[in-house]
Write a new protein. Structure first.
Length: 191
């Protein structure tokens, strides 16, 4: 009962513009594995608003092969600056929803690689770091994170000259792959 009440009260606070997001990102912004749409609840406001702006301005999702990103390009072009501000504020304040990730890997190695290569920007527990503009990775679908690492390292994301932060992350993504990346993602899944 308590759970139902809290879900309803969050739904009540949602800005009108969130109605068009529910089908893919879910009522609680928990994401949808089948539709490959990420969780948004509890992500930082500045990261969310930057991504929505990047989609609409062509910094993200403009690559021909970025089929999933293109879905967001079409949607974000319909949003006003005020919609983006309201949506990101609303989503950032939502509690993150526990996602079940079935990852496999070596946790000890994953922790070591993560702290060596990712933690300085994304935080020791993958909680994100506002001052470095690095998003929270914990609580996210690992399948989604994996697809973004692939997009970054193959030049599908972070490929536009003016996308400084995306290009920075694309450079980082190229420093890891294979078993090492699997271990890193396994570590992130436990945070
Ligand atoms: C048709 C399905 C669909 C709809 C509707 C949709 N999204 Fe998305 N969204 C996606 C998918 C798929 C991705 C992942 C894109 C990728 O793989 O790069 C995504 C990514 C995002 C991201 C980037 C998240 C991150 O971690 O980088 C944000 C922010 C976002 N969506 C917000 C919204 C908002 C706000 C709305 C409503 C105004 C919305 N989306 C509507 C499917 C959708
Ligand atoms: C120099 C700082 C820095 C380092 C080191 C770094 N990142 Fe990032 N990462 C960022 C920034 C900044 C972004 C946001 C890019 C944007 O705004 O488009 C990002 C974005 C991401 C995303 C996309 C998240 C989403 O919701 O779409 C993933 C996945 C990611 N990083 C994983 C990693 C992993 C794994 C490592 C270690 C191998 C790593 N990062 C190392 C700064 C960094």
């Amino acid at each position: 009962m308590a759970c139902l009440i809290s879900v309803n009260s969050y739904a009540n606070q949602a800005p009108k513009s969130y109605a068009q997001c529910v089908a893919c990102h879910g009522e609680e912004a928990q994401g949808n594995a089948e539709l490959k749409s990420p969780a948004l609840a509890g992500q930082s406001q500045s990261y969310l608003s930057r991504q929505l702006t990047n989609f609409s301005s062509g910094l993200r999702g403009s690559h021909q092969q970025d089929v999933l990103g293109k879905q967001m390009v079409a949607i974000s072009k319909q949003l006003t600056a005020e919609d983006i501000a309201e949506l990101s504020q609303y989503l950032a304040a939502l509690p993150s929803v526990k996602i079940i990730n079935n990852t496999e890997g070596d946790l000890k190695n994953g922790s070591r690689y993560y702290q060596g290569k990712c933690g300085a920007c994304h935080g020791g527990q993958a909680q994100g770091n506002l001052s470095l503009n690095a998003p929270k990775l914990s609580g996210q679908s690992i399948v989604y994170l994996q697809s973004q690492m692939k997009n970054f390292s193959t030049g599908i994301r972070g490929n536009v000259a003016t996308d400084k932060l995306g290009r920075q992350m694309a450079m980082m993504a190229k420093t890891t792959s294979g078993k090492e990346l699997d271990d890193i993602l396994h570590f992130i899944a436990q945070q």
